[in-house]
Design a protein around this ligand. Structure first.
Ligand code: P6P
Length: 333
């Protein structure tokens, strides 16, 4: 593949599809630079005094890892001065983060999970940064949480950086999904995948099977059929993978197909699932749909959900279209 830089891609995309105005291009390039900094920090591991837990909890009541906080700070500091944002929101922060008065306000709003899968940090398993970009409502003077509560269909861009053996940025601005690998010697992002497509069928599923006794009937039925393999109603064998790092699981699915599931279960009937809608499920759902896959909460398209809370959770079934449609059908039966 001809080596195209992220900047060249963004400029050519703007020329071809007029889909990346200058401020959005600036936002994406600032995000990419911040992910490079996070990758460097993550890569140090124990040498960087960055492993282990901080002495604090996040809004989810989860013990924060030092790298969670470091990554959150990197993203805030990288994005607040550019004049492209009106406000930011993060899994690691209870309330929204308006742009400080000393900086000009822009027309975009950025949401992120600065370091998803952080339980894997200390054991050197791939982790990642997930981001979602919305437009600020027309005429918005002072950003509030309500301004962020837009359905996933309103996202103008979404993506993630996965910090694994390679550091890869996967991005969509509404015209397909493209992958950029970090060239560490040059410090630049180079396009390595154009128009990623998820196979519509798969023989690989991802779910935390230790929760199986708590699952509701549609999920139990679907997984039991997969486990029955050739001898069961599906008449083929399936493989299972669960990295317990959403970015790593979704990256695998974008590259070779599969279905990722984090269902609601009977442990907490009023909790719709573990993953967060605004900065985990929505950006991943946009990427998956742009790559020809599907993403539902078991009942409806994730991108159609009208949010009511910034940190609300949602059940997630995403990946190869035919499998997501099947398990969603089981919920309707
Ligand atoms: P479990 C990581 O903490 C995360 O939010 C996602 O990245 C991942 O898919 C999920 O939780 C793993 O959850 O219950 O298997 O540890």
């Amino acid at each position: 593949m001809k080596r195209v830089s992220l900047t060249q891609y963004l400029i050519e995309e703007q020329r071809l599809n007029n889909s990346i105005p200058a401020e959005l291009r600036l936002l994406i390039e600032v995000l990419a630079r911040a992910c490079k900094t996070i990758s460097h920090s993550v890569g140090k591991g124990a040498l960087g005094e960055v492993l282990g837990a901080a002495e604090s909890e996040n809004v989810q009541g989860e013990i924060q890892k030092k790298l969670d906080i470091i990554s959150n700070e990197i993203l805030l500091q990288a994005n607040e001065w550019g004049g492209h944002l009106a406000a930011m929101a993060s899994e690691e922060m209870e309330t929204i983060h308006p742009i400080p008065n000393r900086y000009p306000m822009g027309e975009y709003m950025l949401l992120f999970d600065p370091l998803d899968g952080s339980s894997n940090i200390d054991v050197n398993v791939s982790i990642g940064t997930i981001f979602s970009v919305l437009k600020a409502p027309e005429g918005m003077a002072t950003p509030t949480e309500d301004d962020f509560l837009q359905p996933g269909t309103k996202q103008v861009a979404a993506g993630y950086a996965v910090y694994g053996p390679q550091t890869v940025l996967v991005l969509t601005t509404g015209n397909g999904v493209h992958g950029f690998t970090l060239d560490r010697e040059m410090g630049s992002w180079v396009m390595t995948q154009r128009n990623i497509q998820i196979p519509v069928d798969t023989a690989e599923y991802a779910i935390n099977a230790s929760n199986s006794r708590h699952w509701y009937a549609p999920v139990k039925r679907y997984i039991t059929e997969l486990e029955a393999g050739k001898t069961g109603p599906r008449e083929k064998n399936f493989n299972m993978r669960w990295v317990a790092s959403m970015v790593a699981d979704v990256h695998r699915i974008l590259n070779r197909g599969g279905i990722f599931m984090y269902p609601a279960d009977q442990r907490e009937p009023d909790k719709p699932g573990k993953l967060r809608l605004m900065y985990e499920a929505n950006p991943m759902a946009l990427l998956v749909e742009q790559a020809g896959g599907a993403a539902t909460d078991g009942k409806q398209r994730i991108l159609d959900i009208q949010p009511t809370k910034l940190h609300q959770r949602v059940a997630v079934f995403l990946g190869s279209r035919n499998e997501v449609e099947r398990v969603t059908r089981y919920h309707a039966e």
